[in-house]
Write a new protein. Structure first.
Length: 265
């Protein structure tokens, strides 16, 4: 799983765990398990801090401050989550009636997801950034200009995808990316004969696209599906079944994250 999907699913898992903690505390009282609730919030803070700093590190292509510290703390959190998963699983096997409590089932799923996503984040950190004492260099293949000549450029997005890799590109505060040769938006339908590849910029673009390729979980489609399912369940069951509210909130939150991320890119 690439980093974009890992980051979005991590945020969703944190929100799920937080919502379930709030619902459970509302039903049974926060003070009845105040130590457990504070401990859960602490683990969520560590997990969120790590993936947030890692996201900044990947975008900056350099290891940010405190990333190593939070990763080591997260090792301990994952170990504790593993113990909790084993404990809850044993309880479910020995006391099947617990299956009726949806909070426990969702909590178990979120614990497993947290373990998986954290381990995947560790793997991606090492793959993308390398070891902490030295940033890994990503192999890069020079641009195949002949391959670019065979493509079609029927839309403005197709043309701009070529222009942003060209040394002749310029930026206008009103119209955005333009060609510095005529100070206008590109209008060619076939390969631009004035194109001169900017290898440094092309390398940066290719690395960014390789890391941030959205996939299903990084697209607005997945968020929309979850929002619709949550709305439908909420419309049928109302507040008697919190699943609809949870799914709707997650879907809308996911959609905001995706759209914000697309805009920033």
């Amino acid at each position: 799983m690439n980093w974009k999907n890992t980051y979005l699913l991590s945020i969703a898992t944190i929100i799920i765990t937080l919502v379930i903690t709030i619902i459970t505390s509302f039903q049974y009282g926060f003070t009845n398990n105040i130590i457990g609730n504070i401990f859960t919030l602490g683990k969520l803070f560590v997990f969120f801090s790590f993936i947030n700093i890692l996201d900044k590190s990947i975008k900056a292509k350099s290891i940010q401050k405190n990333l190593k510290t939070f990763e080591y703390i997260l090792y301990a959190v994952i170990a504790l989550n593993g113990i909790a998963v084993i404990s809850i699983t044993i309880q479910l096997i020995t006391h099947p009636a617990i299956f009726a409590h949806y909070q426990i089932i969702i909590s178990l799923v979120s614990l497993i997801l947290t373990i998986y996503l954290a381990i995947n984040a560790f793997y991606l950190r090492k793959k993308i950034l390398g070891k902490y004492n030295a940033v890994q260099k990503i192999n890069y293949t020079p641009t195949d200009v002949n391959a670019l000549k065979t493509k079609t450029y029927n839309t403005i997005d197709d043309r701009l995808s070529l222009c942003k890799r060209c040394v002749n590109k310029a930026f206008d505060s009103k119209t955005g990316l333009i060609c510095s040769l005529d100070n206008a938006k590109p209008s060619f339908d076939t390969y631009c004969t004035d194109f001169i590849v900017n290898e440094a910029e092309t390398e940066r673009i290719d690395k960014t696209e390789a890391i941030e390729k959205p996939g299903f979980f990084g697209s607005w489609k997945g968020a929309l599906v979850m929002s619709i399912l949550g709305f439908a369940r909420f419309a049928m069951r109302g507040l008697d079944d919190p699943f609809g509210v949870v799914f709707l909130a997650l879907g809308l939150g996911w959609l905001v994250i995706v759209l914000t991320s697309r805009k920033s890119n």
